[in-house]
Ligand binder design. Structure first.
Ligand code: NZQ
Ligand code: ZN
Length: 387
């Protein structure tokens, strides 16, 4: 039975082209001093940086900057950003980029009001302090960070990558044309991430709402349909728009409400990117089909069958286990042939030397109570299947 829940998705979204004239007025609602946060410079190459600077100038806003936020953002960037907020009396953060930039900005927004080490916030040693408001301009369809309170921050010296909830952005600008410049590989990785966010919920032990099943199936069909289109035609607006909106809705909470569920591939992947600094979506693309093989049993197979029929359009007459095996093969085809991603750890230089420690961290020292419950040894087994 579906549990009671509270619907609360507080992000106001401006979706589509020609919405940037709302940026200045939206920021002004929070004050006049803005910290612009961005990554390694893609926004300068595309001209988005100049466009944003113009809007801020026209709105009479004072702009300060934190640039160089890395993919798999580091706690050092958070600390730097929090210092800038305090030094300049920042009223609002403007994150322009992908999940890494937005995640970093969200933790800066919390750390700005905390005097201690910002890592305490990530590890939840302290309750999340009140946050400065965050506004985002999304440039890559992937994580859904533009509409959720989640943030994932890395600390390379201890090989940690940890997720924490702070506060969802107040306003997000989602213009699909801002993703036209995303390269093939990042488009593929982002699409794998979107698909995984839905699959983590779809393949859980609690699937009690038919209407949400249909919503999830439709999102997954859209990713399977439009990711290859975006690879072939990077400036296809319809493809980029579908991926962008699916990304936001995959993880903004809507499909999870009322369900008791535990994700499996994400905790495993976060250990991979913590140790090897790989792209999140790539790790998921390698792990997901192996995890599905591991979780397939007479008990779980009916859910695979539903996916086979409703998402992949397979024959409803298939036996459940047969459907399960076909789904796994179809996903491998999608990730490795259609999206062109590497299919094994070996291909990306990952060996088994850290598997035991990574598995221990991924299951939090006990058991991931996922679709198929996974203890440390199960996770190690799945890692080995990926070699
Ligand atoms: O840094 P720049 O120069 O901007 O380049 C970025 C970066 O190199 C580039 N890029 C972004 N937009 C572009 C572009 N290049 C050309 N044109 C554009 N329009 O893409 C590269 C990757 O960017 P990144 O922000 O790292 O990608 P993504 O959005 O996939 O974010 C990944 C991070 O988000 C976390 C991941 O673990 C990872 O750290 N996640 C966050 C979640 C959340 N907040 O809820 C959930 C996810 O499951 C995930 O864990
Ligand atoms: Zn993800």
């Amino acid at each position: 039975m579906l549990n009671s829940f509270v619907y609360d998705i507080p992000t106001k979204v401006y979706f589509g082209k020609d919405q940037m004239n709302h940026l200045g007025p939206e920021l002004r609602k929070f004050g006049t001093r803005v910290l612009l946060v961005y990554g390694g410079g893609s926004i300068k190459k595309t001209g988005l940086y100049d466009r944003v600077a113009e809007e801020l100038r026209d709105a009479g806003l004072s702009c300060f900057e934190l640039s160089g936020v890395d993919p798999n953002p580091r706690i050092t960037s958070v600390a730097q950003g929090a210092n800038l907020c305090r030094e300049h009396g920042i009223d609002v953060l403007l994150a322009v980029g992908g999940g890494s930039v937005i995640d970093c900005a969200k933790v800066i927004a919390a750390a700005a009001n905390y005097d201690g080490d910002p890592w305490d916030i990530v590890t939840q040693k302290v309750p999340c302090p009140s946050c400065l408001p965050v506004v985002t301009i999304l440039t890559i369809a992937a994580t859904g960070s533009e509409m959720d309170p989640g943030c994932v921050i890395s600390k390379p010296d201890t090989m940690d990558k940890i997720g924490v909830y702070t506060q969802a952005p107040r306003v997000s600008f989602l213009d699909p044309t801002h993703t036209f410049s995303v390269g093939r590989r990042q488009t593929a990785c982002g699409s794998a991430d979107i698909l995984s966010h839905v699959m983590e919920v779809y393949f859980s032990r609690d699937y009690s709402m038919d209407m949400i099943d249909g919503f999830m199936e439709s999102m997954m069909r859209s990713v399977l349909k439009y990711a290859p289109v975006a690879l072939a035609e990077p400036e296809n607006y319809e493809a980029r728009a579908n991926l962008m909106w699916a990304a936001s809705w995959a993880i903004n909470g809507f499909i999870e409400y009322g369900k008791i569920q535990r994700w499996a591939c994400h905790p495993m992947e976060h250990e991979l990117s913590a140790v090897y600094d790989i792209t999140h979506g790539l790790g998921l693309a390698i792990l997901t089909p192996r995890w599905m093989e591991y979780a397939l049993s007479e008990q779980t197979a009916p859910r695979y069958k539903q996916f086979a029929v409703n998402v992949l359009g397979m024959d409803a007459g298939l036996d459940d286990m047969e459907a399960g095996r076909s789904v796994i093969e179809a996903l491998k085809l999608f990730f490795y042939d259609k999206l062109g991603l590497e299919s094994t750890f070996t291909e990306i230089g990952i060996g088994d030397e850290h598997f035991a420690a990574m598995a221990e961290k991924a299951c939090g020292g006990s058991v991931l109570n996922a679709f198929r419950p996974l203890a440390r040894q199960d996770i190690e087994n799945i890692f080995r299947m990926c070699l």
